[in-house]
Design a protein around this ligand. Structure first.
Ligand SMILES: [Zn+2]
Length: 281
């Protein structure tokens, strides 16, 4: 059984590696078929960015992209980074019939990566009480960690009562189970006007003033808790992201301040130390 990691002053950086057509809120606006790959061609830019900032990251990969471009894996691994699983096609865990598919997907991803994946992140943080069966599959496949819990309730996901520090997670007890071998890395949150809100990436990284995120990291440091961040591949390469005609609210959440994510994250990785998940473990 894997013991909980000892805090080493570092924070965690995950890159959710997906294409422009994967985010949940744009699904209903997508052209029928023929989704041309665009974001994957930003891989060298992402790797250069990490190299320049002397930071290792974990790439939570949508598996179908490795099927189409297996060389992505070599580039990621050769540069010292890690690979982890983000489902084959960016399905929510509660999508129809996905429960039956998940185990096969884990096997397929295992083949595509020669068994290198030891971590998982559920698309749109869709790990919840109804989809906790996924945890049993991850344990069965000898996965070491998951990073799908946001300890703040939002419209799309999250739990207000989840621990903010890494903990052992099981399908019976999403909020902590000492007997489980799977380690959960919850995403960074903060409190604004007494309300818990996510602060570790995506829309919240783009929306919140950097000062608020900075003080969230500092408060975790004081408590000896690593701050777990995620950034999307398409946030690192906004110039490759097509702009679809979305409704105002979907557009706000998906594209708001899109060009701010990279400069903000750059400031954070220059100021604080970040590393990949397996290295942290
Ligand atoms: Zn995703």
């Amino acid at each position: 059984m894997l013991a909980l990691p000892v805090y080493n002053g570092k924070n965690l950086l995950g890159i959710d590696f997906e294409e422009w057509f994967h985010p949940q809120l744009i699904q209903k606006y997508l052209p029928k078929k023929n989704h041309e790959l665009k974001i994957i061609y930003g891989i060298d830019k992402m790797l250069d960015w990490l190299r320049k900032n002397e930071t290792f990251a974990t790439f939570f990969m949508v598996g179908e992209l490795l099927e189409k471009k297996p060389e992505l894996l070599d580039k990621i691994i050769e540069n010292g980074h890690e690979i982890a699983f983000h489902t084959m096609q960016h399905n929510r865990l509660d999508d129809n019939n996905f429960k039956e598919k998940f185990e096969k997907e884990l096997d397929l991803f295992d083949k595509l990566t020669s068994g290198k994946s030891k971590g998982f992140r559920a698309p749109t943080f869709s790990l919840n009480k109804n989809t906790s069966w996924a945890i049993d599959h991850l344990i069965e496949k000898k996965y070491l960690y998951d990073s799908s819990i946001v300890p703040a309730k939002t419209k799309l996901y999250g739990f207000n009562d989840a621990d903010v520090a890494p903990y052992n997670i099981s399908s019976d007890f999403l909020m902590g189970d000492n007997k489980s071998s799977l380690i959960e890395f919850p995403l960074l949150i903060t409190k604004v006007f007494g309300k818990k809100i996510p602060a570790g990436g995506g829309f919240f990284l783009r929306f919140l003033p950097l000062k608020i995120i900075d003080s969230a990291i500092k408060s975790y440091q004081k408590l000896h808790i690593p701050a777990t961040f995620y950034i999307h591949s398409w946030e690192l390469t906004p110039e490759l992201m097509p702009s679809l005609p979305l409704s105002i609210s979907d557009k706000f959440i998906t594209y708001h301040n899109l060009r701010n994510a990279l400069p903000k994250m750059t400031k954070l990785i220059k100021k604080y130390q970040f590393t990949s998940f397996e290295r942290y473990l």
